[in-house]
Design a protein around this ligand. Sequence first.
Ligand code: NAP
Length: 346
Amino acid sequence: MTVQVGILGATGAVGQRFIQLLDGHPTFEIAALTASESSAGHPYREAAKWRADSPIPDAIAGMEVGKTDPDHVSDDIDLLFSSLPSGVASEVEPAFLDAGYVVSSNSSNDRMADDVPLTIPEINPGHLDLIEVQRDNRGWDGALIKNPNCSTITMVPTLAALDEFGLERTDVTTLQAVSGAGYSGVTSMEIIDNAIPHIGGEEAKMETESRKLLGEFDGAELSLHDAEVNASCNRIPTVDGHLESVFADLADDPSPAEARQAMESFPGVDLPSAPEQLIHVFGDDQPDRPQPRLDRNRDDGMAISAGGVQATESGLKYNCLAHNTLRGAAGASILNGELLLEEGWL
Ligand code: NAP
């Protein structure tokens, strides 16, 4: 079976990761690429400043980049992946949804809307049923599903694993890579020899999206998890891979060994792009791991790494890491697309 997919914002940092990850995908075949007016009409190899490690796949290099407009995208496309800037996506995605497309999107607009599933397949696949509520509310034939912000995806799987001990509060400090800001996000003069203790809107995204992902959906309404989440987000001069230091206050006070075991054994999902083991945890013999350069590509960049698990007087502290444009962006949307297919929404 082949499912034809399109990529909105295909020339950007995340768009390129879609192309890299979909090359050789068992089901999804890229049939449309779109970007801004300045790229439209050009072959992909000219429109994109390609920076992935592997060359542009042959089938894509000569493909013409189209306009990001439903009137210019074929009706034969079954699923659209969106990696548009959120200001653009908030205008454009509804037009595609009105036209009946199913959209799996990275953009931050509508992530916290009551009727939009914000999903990580291993954590909250049941939230997909919000699509019924969404269709009733909005009259769309299509469906909109979002994946969380890259910094949220890095931490939430570890919190989901620890929630069996009763998550009450978490404080997180991030060290985020420059690719998280897209190509034009941070200039070299700003970031080389520097760290920037502010990423606009990022802290609020982590604080709200985490509670939605860990929340309960009863078939009609979604309630947020009642844990308190406090985030401090920093940009540092790594290229890819967000490293985060987490403190978790857990009602049952597990030992570090119990916490490690809960993370290591947290179940994965049987989808083509899912890692075999979602969270890998380094032991006390490797207290300086995970590190961005060494660990971001674990399991094709789709696994989460954790380490440095220690007990404090009031809870647990540990570090975690994920590849922000793979697991944190394009890979997350593709996994959501695979879940949509598996659950019969395509
Ligand atoms: P980016 O590198 O700036 O790429 C943006 C893409 O959108 C490009 O293809 C660009 O095309 C296109 N675009 C810009 N303005 C447009 C317009 N008016 N109409 C149509 N297309 C337009 O950004 P990115 O880092 O890939 O991020 C894309 C989205 O993913 C953002 O919403 C971001 O918040 C989200 N996200 C990013 C990350 C990450 O780690 N980077 C992680 C999670 C989520 P041109 O090349 O023609 O300008």
